[in-house]
Each structure stands twice: as C-alpha cells, then as structure tokens.
Design a protein around this ligand. Structure first.
Ligand code: ZN
Length: 278
C-alpha cells in the first residue's frame, strides 16, 4: 500500500551508462560524441552521487560545477537531451520511452507523456540525461513545474522515486450544496515531521491538485446520485456501509486512493448520507 505524496513510483529501469551510450550513437559532432563516450565513468559516478543525495533529501545542495561532464558543456548536454534522447528517430528514443511510463508521478491522474527534469536542465546541465533526474509527467504538471528550482529544502518538491511512506495524507470534505461537491486537502498525520508535512501541503497546493481532484470526482458523484437513489436504502447505516465498502477496496490498493478518499468522506457525512434514505 502506498501512502506517499505525490505517490512514489517505480525507479527507472535504465542506467546512466545505457542512456549516455544510446544518446552518443546519434550525436553528429564527432568531438562531442567522443567526449560523451569518454565521460561514461563520470556519468555513472554522478548517477550514484545523485541517487545518494536524493535518498538523503539533499538535492537542493547540488551544484552545476559538481555535475559538469568533462569535455561536454552544459549547453551541449541540454542539446543532447533534446536531439539524441527525445527526438523520435534517435536511438535514444527507446530509452526515453522506457522512462515515460504509467501515470504522471505528480498527479497520478493523467497518463505520463513527457519527462520532467526534477532538477531543471537549465539549473544543472550535467544532469540533462540522468535517468534518476527524469520523472514521468503529464503536460499539465510539467507546465506548472517548468524551470522551477529552489535551493531551500523547505521549498523543494518531493522526488517521486525517493519519497517514503507518510501514511494517509489525502482527505476530502463534502460541500453541502446541490448537486453535492467535494474539496480535497493534503493533511498529513501528526506523526509526520512538521517540515515534511508543510512541504506535502505546499506541493499539493502548487500542483493545483485540489481543483483537479474535485473536477475528476464530479462524474463519480453524479453516478452515485443515480445509484444510491435507485437502491432505495432504508437507513443511514446501510448507505454508509455501502460507501465504506467501496472506500476500503480502494484503500487496499493505495492508502491515498482518490476514490477511497471520496467514498470515505461521503460515508461519514450525515447530510450526504441522509439524502438517500428512502
Ligand atoms: Zn500530472
């Protein structure tokens, strides 16, 4: 069960060495091609150092100097990402497609169709093609994140490959209006370190997930309206029991499943449940 924000995802299945080798194959400039090949041991070393920093939540301390690739400028590294990893006809594209997979790591709603540089390539060019710095992302989240970077730990996004379990943090509240609606909040429990909790709330707000989740749930609420009315429940307990059953099944898969959070909030709202007593 995952209780993470914004939901941890499986780590990359390709290495820094494989990525650089694949990119090098389609580099036109022989000097840059050779320099990237010669730099392989450095890229592998950088990858290990990056992972260690990410695991220790210290990515905000990294500098572009420390990750400079010998013989290849930062601007050239950014060009290699675009021309030799992303470009459809390049041999690197197979690697790109292995990295772009599943749902967006940040919203867990839209399919990932792009890669987000966790540390922007404008910030540290040497990490432009580092697989652990490339996070599967939907266009909407990628647009929000753009070239943002902060050297303050408190303002850092949480890296989806490294974030640990923080238990239940996603909650919903029913708005007593017709038709009913819900709002979502990020509210980590008291056992979560206050600074981490504040970053979780910040990230949730920054990615505008509350609005996104409310909109996604609107069709579910409409469907429930029809379904719960048709079932002609005789008492509140049966209605709450039904909603809780759905919530439990969703939570068994993911401790912060949006569907689970929605049904849990509906089940414990007397106003909502009362509307369906026949
Ligand atoms: Zn997204």
């Amino acid at each position: 069960m995952s209780g993470t924000i914004v939901w941890s995802i499986d780590p990359p299945t390709v290495t820094a060495g494989q990525t650089a080798k694949a990119c090098a194959r389609s580099i036109g400039d022989p000097a840059i091609k050779q320099a990237l090949r010669d730099a392989l041991p450095h890229l592998i070393e950088h990858s290990t150092a990056f992972q260690a920093s990410a695991a220790a939540d210290r990515l905000h301390e990294l500098t572009s100097e420390a990750y400079r690739v010998p013989g290849v400028t930062d601007a050239e590294m950014r060009g290699i990402y675009t021309r030799n990893l992303v470009r459809v006809s390049s041999p690197g594209r197979k690697i790109y497609e292995k990295l772009v997979r599943g749902l967006c790591a940040y919203c867990q709603h839209a399919p990932a169709t792009t890669l987000d540089h966790f540390i922007p390539k404008a910030e540290i060019g040497g990490l432009s093609i580092e697989p652990w710095n490339l996070v599967p992302c939907c266009p909407a989240c990628n647009h929000i994140l753009r070239d943002e970077w902060s050297c303050e730990a408190s303002e850092q996004m949480l890296h989806p490959y490294f974030i640990g379990d923080v238990g239940r943090w996603l909650y919903a509240k029913v708005l007593h209006e017709e038709p009913p609606a819900v709002t979502f909040t990020a509210d980590p429990g008291p056992s979560v370190d206050p600074e981490l909790a504040s970053r979780i709330r910040r990230q949730f707000t920054h990615l505008k997930l509350s609005k996104m989740f409310s909109e996604i749930c609107a069709p579910d609420l409409s469907m429930l309206e029809v379904q719960l009315t048709a079932r002609r429940f005789q008492n509140r307990a049966d209605i709450a029991g039904y909603l809780n059953e759905v919530a439990e099944a969703a939570f068994a898969v993911n401790g912060n499943a949006r569907r689970g959070v929605l049904h849990d909030a509906l089940a414990s709202d007397d106003w909502y449940v009362g509307r369906f007593v026949a």
